[in-house]
Ligand binder design. Structure first.
Ligand SMILES: C[S@@+](CC[C@H](N)C(=O)[O-])C[C@H]1O[C@@H](n2cnc3c(N)ncnc32)[C@H](O)[C@@H]1O
Length: 350
């Protein structure tokens, strides 16, 4: 790895790939957050990054941090809500978090203080945060599409950009109830958000990781979602074949060699099985696309989150799977989704 990447003055999101100063770096895999390896403590990824930029004002650092954390971050949420001013918190706690590199020390202190429990639990939470654990894991929840999603150690924290997958799934349902599959579900955030948006649906979620399955069960129980454990489609009940209106997949898509370039929150606190997409990052996409026609209803929709750089590979996989493919891009969320549409008629594969 060469020079560390400094963030541009323009905002980036916590779940963005951190953009380097070079234009050519502007399209890295979205799950990989390429910042300064090994230079972060607590929330100090930006702090460490910007520590190299002595001329940058505190305001500019904060603006970049706001964007990096994104609205999914509990501390950011407080920051952006003008009607809910940050309650007074002990200065010593703020100073401790700041010293650990937390850019949003006041807001994080407030979030940590507001969580349930007494002084011992608060001290435990603060110690974990100061040691570098992501705030969402310390608090036990992340905001996603306006929902509070339970997260647990060892499970992928849902990212703001994945809201595009949710939006497209809602659109594909055309306001009609239909069977939705949240494939590679992690916490089940995608399925939960779709169900919250469209009302009662037959929702199935699947993940290979038992910790993710337990977490998804917590998040999807209130909307009646069923969670299955297993390798991609092998996890699903066979009677779903040919009946699924929408498959939404945020499968791992970080190229294996780029995981080491991710910030510590991801590479140290999320399982690599939730990130690793193989040599070019698209191994899982190929498998998801190859199996989709066996499960989709005629005219059904496959949605696959990808990066702008990888979108042509993902789209090619979708076409090879027998679907028409289109790439949808949302610059605001730095999100890319390949939309695959099944033919109106075809023999359902055995
Ligand atoms: C990037 S995370 C996305 C989680 C969730 N969909 C979200 O957006 O927050 C990818 C998930 O895929 C799961 N996964 C990886 N390989 C899988 C496989 N072969 N079959 C099913 N799930 C898999 C991981 O356990 C992880 O939970």
């Amino acid at each position: 790895m060469g020079e560390p990447h400094r963030l541009q003055p323009r905002p980036v999101h916590r779940d963005d790939v951190a953009r380097g100063d070079r234009q050519g770096e502007a399209d890295l895999p979205l799950q990989s957050e390429r910042l300064v390896p090994g230079r972060r403590r607590g929330g100090g990824l930006l702090h460490a990054t910007h520590g190299r930029d002595g001329g940058r004002t505190a305001r500019a650092r904060r603006a970049a941090a706001v964007a990096w954390l994104g609205p999914a971050h509990p501390a950011r949420r407080r920051h952006t809500c003008r009607e809910a001013p940050v309650p007074a918190v002990p200065e010593a706690l703020v100073a401790r978090l700041r010293a650990a590199g937390c850019v949003f020390a006041e807001e994080e202190a407030a979030a940590l203080t507001a969580a349930d429990g007494g002084p011992e639990q608060l001290e435990d939470r603060v110690a974990r945060r100061v040691a570098g654990e992501p705030l969402e894991l310390v608090l036990g929840w992340a905001e996603f599409c306006g929902l509070r999603i339970a997260v647990a150690p060892g499970v992928f924290v849902p990212r703001r950009r994945t809201g595009l997958l949710v939006d497209r799934a809602v659109e594909a349902l055309h306001g009609r109830p239909g069977v939705v599959v949240d494939l590679c579900c992690g916490t089940g955030a995608v399925g939960a958000a779709v169900a919250a948006a469209v009302g009662p649906i037959e929702l199935h979620a699947a993940d290979v990781d038992p910790t993710a399955v337990r977490c998804a069960e917590r998040n999807l129980a209130p909307v009646g979602g069923r969670v299955h454990r297993g390798d991609l489609y092998a996890a699903l009940p066979p009677d779903l074949r040919g009946r699924v209106a929408v498959i939404a997949a945020n499968a791992p898509y970080v190229p294996t060699t780029e995981i080491a370039l991710m910030p510590p929150e991801a590479r140290d606190h999320e399982p690599h099985s939730a990130l690793d997409g193989g040599a070019d990052g698209v191994d899982l996409h190929r498998r998801v696309a190859a199996g989709a026609l066996g499960w989709l209803a005629p005219g059904g929709t496959l949605l696959v989150e990808t990066s702008r750089r990888q979108a042509p590979l993902t789209a090619a996989a979708v076409v090879a799977g027998g679907l028409a493919a289109a790439v949808v891009r949302d610059d605001d969320r730095d999100a890319t989704v390949v939309v695959g549409t099944a033919p109106d008629r075809w023999p359902v594969r055995a």
